[in-house]
Write a protein that binds this ligand. Structure first.
Ligand SMILES: Cc1cc2nc3c(=O)[nH]c(=O)nc-3n(C[C@H](O)[C@H](O)[C@H](O)COP(=O)(O)OP(=O)(O)OC[C@H]3O[C@@H](n4cnc5c(N)ncnc54)[C@H](O)[C@@H]3O)c2cc1C
Length: 284
């Protein structure tokens, strides 16, 4: 649920937030629906659309309807910030280097903690602790290419599923998503091509722009472009289990590789259930 504030683009879009990770989320679980209702009442999220275009080799080919997709006017990161706001001590931009357990005590970077809920992809969790030593799923990479144009010269779209294409799988209109109609697109690069460019994400930009131009039938070049690498974007074969918890110490792992993933709703369910299980274990 990553959002980026545009800076140094040399365009009027500087200072604007763009979603460069998940594009939207859907809701089916009643518990998650209650959380989303409250977020909607607070103006943090809004229903975005029920229909996305599909594109094939010939370009746009109609709209596919589905469930409501939700977006956040302030970027999806603002959802996490809103949910964390009532907590007494939240430290952002703080890298945790080590999570250890001695008997039933947990140490986070050497500091005692009541419990540790690691809510991140398995490979990142494994770097933090030896308590968690099973392999977990294979993770697909994705590059997200953000393009800021001078103006929107493309057809009216919310997002486009790009089918049977070796370069892109998806294009989101971030102006539609955010509701300000800014001329910003975010394209997701095919996982196979992403894997080839992991060492140099920006090298994927020319192919991504050419594919955006073909799919949306535009000639314009963006005024500013940046590619962001997500090495662990999508777990293949998420577990039905909702979380993992250490048998001895109150350390758990949650995320969208659990609860049937790989979606924001699964990550919420997983983290919520792990939190409840840790609270029960601590007798809270
Ligand atoms: C390109 C892309 C597109 C997606 N599209 C969709 C979509 O359209 N709909 C949908 O429902 N889902 C989508 N997803 C999936 C969605 O983003 C995930 O389900 C969700 O973000 C998982 O949440 P999480 O909290 O488990 O993990 P993450 O969102 O990965 O959060 C983990 C956090 O831990 C932090 N972290 C890692 N290591 C450390 C450390 N050592 N110290 C401190 N912090 C650390 C990271 O910086 C990160 O902020 C997409 C994902 C990607 C990458």
């Amino acid at each position: 649920m990553a959002s980026m504030t545009l800076r140094g683009t040399g365009t009027p879009c500087d200072g604007r937030v763009v979603d460069i990770g998940a594009s939207y989320f859907t809701v089916s679980d009643p518990g998650f629906a209650a959380v989303v209702d409250a977020l909607q009442d607070a103006g943090v999220v809004r229903p975005w659309t029920t229909g996305f275009h599909v594109a094939g080799p010939e370009g746009l080919a109609g709209i596919k309807s589905g469930a409501w997709r939700y977006a956040a006017p302030g970027g999806l990161r603002s959802v996490v910030e809103a949910l964390a706001a009532p907590l007494p001590d939240v430290r952002l931009d703080t890298e945790v280097k080590r999570v250890e357990a001695a008997d039933d005590r947990v140490l986070v970077d050497g500091q005692p903690a009541g419990a540790a809920a690691l809510c991140l992809p398995h490979p990142q969790a494994r770097r933090l602790t030896s308590r968690f030593d099973f392999a977990g799923p294979v993770w697909e990479p994705v590059m997200a290419v953000t393009c800021v144009f001078a103006e929107s010269s493309w057809p009216e779209i919310d997002g486009v599923f790009v089918n049977d294409d070796p370069v892109l799988t998806w294009i989101a209109d971030d102006g539609s998503r955010r509701g300000d109609q800014a001329p910003v697109l975010v394209a997701h690069v095919h996982p196979v091509l992403s894997a080839r460019h992991l060492g140099d994400p920006q090298s994927v930009i020319p192919a991504a722009i050419a594919t955006i131009q073909r799919v949306l039938d535009i000639r314009d070049y963006p005024q500013w472009v940046e590619a962001k690498r997500w090495a662990f974007a999508k777990p293949l074969g998420a577990e039905p289990a909702e979380y993992w918890m250490d048998e001895e110490a109150p350390i758990g792992l949650a995320g969208d590789a659990f609860a049937g993933g790989p979606r924001i709703e699964a990550a919420w369910l997983s983290g919520h259930q792990l939190g409840a299980a840790l609270a029960t274990r601590l007798g809270a």
